[in-house]
Design a protein around this ligand. Structure first.
Ligand code: HEM
Length: 267
């Protein structure tokens, strides 16, 4: 075993037996990778555009639709019930409100997501049916992320687009959570109360890595779509000389179809 690997093992041993501590330690490195994806770096620099944000919302919509459907369905499962907080955490309706704000009532006809988002939602449905113990890894990754770095991203979004009334950024707001830090403590203690065998716990920790990996792949696919979309729209803007429109955007998206493999839903 090399030195790095042995140091990491020692590190894991000093972490203790709480699931919340182990999951945080296990995902520390991949969290750094997620933070450093191009999309997240641009976001942190306030360099996200409205079309980019709208495209991200579509993927979040599909991800939370799958996650919350599986959490609801397994609400009384012993691996889910302790961390089931629909009143405080559910995001699906908030995203729907944001999408309606930007696209109007017919927004569902416009949903476009990359292949990585479809793979992520498929995984959520598979474990929801076959192994609900693993759902905690995904719920942790998304909700605790939303209550941590996500809160900073919410402020950046609001500022970047001048959405002072909060319209279009409901996703970032948790009216049922008065203190994100206190809530995260409660969530961690609920995670720690889940009874898991050694093997089941190992599987949850591995699933948490997979949850981050899915998010990274979604961000990378979105970034590719966005780069192509922007290149296309820049060229078109040069010739058409008119402001960016949804038609523009759609044309760019079509160019991106070939590269990323995109699902277009009219649900
Ligand atoms: C712009 C990118 C991001 C920034 C700046 C950021 C920042 C942070 C910060 C400051 C914390 C608090 C750490 C602590 O309390 O010790 C945190 C926690 C967390 N983040 Fe992120 N994050 C980012 C992206 C992500 C992404 C993409 C995910 C997953 C999809 C994620 C998932 C999490 C999770 C699960 C936690 C809770 C860790 C724990 O307390 O166990 N983050 N993040």
């Amino acid at each position: 075993m090399d030195k790095v690997e042995s140091a990491r093992k020692d590190d894991m041993q000093s972490i203790g037996s709480d699931l919340s501590e182990q999951i945080k330690a296990k995902t520390r490195d991949i969290h750094v990778r997620a933070e450093n994806t191009q999309l997240m770096l641009n976001y942190q620099k306030g360099q996200i555009t409205l079309p980019q944000y709208k495209l991200l919302l579509f993927s979040l919509y599909e991800i939370y639709r799958a996650l919350e459907e599986e959490l609801d369905r397994n609400a009384s499962h012993p691996g889910v019930s302790p961390i089931y907080f629909p009143q405080e955490l559910a995001r699906l309706e908030t995203i729907e409100r944001d999408l309606e704000h930007f696209f109007g009532k017919e927004w569902q006809k416009r949903v476009i997501v990359p292949a990585a988002t479809q793979r992520y939602t498929q995984r959520l449905h598979t474990i929801g049916k076959d192994d609900p113990n693993l759902l905690v890894a995904h719920a942790y990754t998304r909700y605790l992320g939303d209550l941590s770095g996500g809160q900073v991203l919410g402020k950046i979004t609001q500022k970047s687009f001048g959405l002072s009334s909060g319209e279009g950024v409901s996703f970032f707001s948790f009216p049922g959570v008065s203190s994100p830090n206190r809530f995260k403590q409660l969530y961690r203690s609920r995670m720690n109360s889940i009874e898991l065998t050694k093997e089941e716990r190992e599987a949850v920790l591995e699933e948490a890595l997979m949850a981050f990996e899915h998010n990274i792949q979604v961000f990378d696919d979105l970034q590719k779509m966005l780069s192509i979309t922007e290149e296309t729209s820049e060229n078109q803007q040069a010739t058409l000389i008119r402001p960016f429109s949804i038609l523009h955007w759609s044309l760019g998206i079509c160019a991106a179809l070939a590269t990323v493999g995109i699902g277009i839903y009219a649900s």
